[in-house]
Design a protein around this ligand. Structure first.
Ligand code: CO
Ligand code: ZN
Length: 332
């Protein structure tokens, strides 16, 4: 799976501009799905299975957009000012490299470096090597993502956009390994999550699921002196979300997931995320309401260009999802 993850994380696709990553994913799914379609907001929806008497219509959502930057102004010397697409921390920007959708590369500079002062986004600019406005290849409205190669540290993997491409890789692998299911499963590779769960909102309405869950990353509380107390840690297994700041997972789904993990002998951990949301909210609040939850992958340094996950957590998440979807779902 590492080569698939590398390919996904290195493909640019800030929110609203997911056309390239969507093509890569479509290619990776190949004939593992029964049906593939793209909806009006650009989400790729892969359907697998036929709903049997004991089956449900299930929606699983992994977002394929990533945080990025959008140009707001080009000055006479060709420097670019920008705004954020999704949650960008200015601390992680200075000296970083960016890649525009047309292949243009740039570096992020700062107006002045005052020690001890945290920069604001407005103190930063992008330098694409232009000498004037005229020879600058980028215009207002153009978007870029961070550029950072995937690195394999053995048990741990690091890349920009592990949020949420690692979940897209998990979903693709589940599609490949799922041999039979009593359910009609719709794997949604959703757009525009980082700007407000928009792709999953319309996909959920369109699919009208009986039940659904997101796959996303969550913070890990296992780094030195990490201040918000969080129980999740890299390598402790897929995290079953109890709540985040966007929704409270249906407790029956939480129990269903815990029971499946225990039956399969898979490690798992419980997640309470105090700041952050997922597509699970969009599924839960569609139409008249849907039982919804989320399976998370613990991740360090989220929304930085170096997000770290554990390979065993990724593999165990795939196994948990295959188990969940292979059997009838009884919510108690
Ligand atoms: Co995110
Ligand atoms: Zn995410």
């Amino acid at each position: 799976m590492k080569s698939l993850i590398k390919q996904l994380v290195e493909t640019p696709g800030p929110s609203g501009f997911e056309y390239e990553i969507r093509d890569v994913i479509r290619e990776a799914i190949g004939d593992a799905a029964d049906e593939l379609r793209v909806d009006a907001l650009g989400s790729l929806i892969a359907k697998k299975g036929v709903k049997t008497e004991q089956g449900l219509r299930v929606m699983i959502s992994a977002h394929i957009d990533e945080i990025g930057l959008m140009v707001t102004h080009v000055d006479d010397r060709g420097f670019l000012r920008f705004t954020n697409i999704g949650g960008i921390n200015p601390l992680t920007c200075y000296g970083g490299r960016v890649l525009f959708m047309d292949g243009t590369r740039g570096v992020i500079g700062m107006d002045s470096i005052e020690s001890g002062k945290t920069p604001k986004l407005t103190d930063l600019f992008i330098d694409v090597g232009a000498t004037s406005k005229e020879d600058c290849p980028v215009k207002v409205g153009d978007v870029c993502g961070f550029e950072r190669p995937f690195i394999d540290l053995g048990k741990r993997m690091v890349a920009k956009s592990m949020d949420d491409r690692v979940a897209a890789a998990v979903a693709i692998e589940v599609l490949r390994r799922l041999e039979s299911t009593p359910h009609e499963v719709h794997f949604v590779f959703s757009t525009q999550e980082e700007v407000g769960l928009r792709g999953a909102t319309t996909a959920a309405y369109g699919i009208d699921p009986d039940l659904g869950f997101a796959i996303d990353v969550t913070r890990s509380g296992d780094t030195p002196r990490f201040s918000p107390k969080m129980a999740t840690a890299l390598g402790d297994g897929p995290a079953i979300k109890v709540r985040d700041s966007s929704f409270i997972a249906d407790p029956r789904l939480v129990d269903w997931m815990i029971k499946a993990a225990e039956e399969a002998g898979l490690p798992y951990q419980l997640e309470v995320l105090e700041a952050g949301g997922t597509d699970g909210r969009a599924i839960q609040l569609t139409r008249g309401g849907v039982p919804a939850g989320c399976v998370s992958i613990a991740c360090r340094y989220i929304h930085s260009p170096s997000e770290m996950v554990d390979s065993d957590d990724v593999e165990n998440a795939v196994q948990l999802l295959v188990k969940l979807l292979s059997e009838p779902i009884v919510l108690k």
